[in-house]
Design a binder for this molecule. Sequence first.
Ligand SMILES: [Zn+2]
Length: 98
Amino acid sequence: MRQSGKLEYGGLRGPQRTCVGCRVRTAKSELLRLVRVGDHVVPDLRGRLPGRGASLHPALSCLELAERRRAFPRAFRVTGPLDVSPVRAHLEGEPNVM
Ligand SMILES: [Zn+2]
């Protein structure tokens, strides 16, 4: 099977995404999908929220890398700062982040 217009490397393993923190390409299923809601970046735990997504390894180190690199405003095409505390809370294992 070939998808038109897009070269997919490592396609045998299914879709891959690049982590916005460490920039390592990883199977989509192993990454946490993040979406922007207003000025907040929230984890899309069910993979159903609409809009642009960003992918992140579910690790605080990658979140911090992404913050330091200002990867989120770039990923979501916004200029202002974004609050990633819902993602941080999720990664730190706090319940009820949504
Ligand atoms: Zn990463």
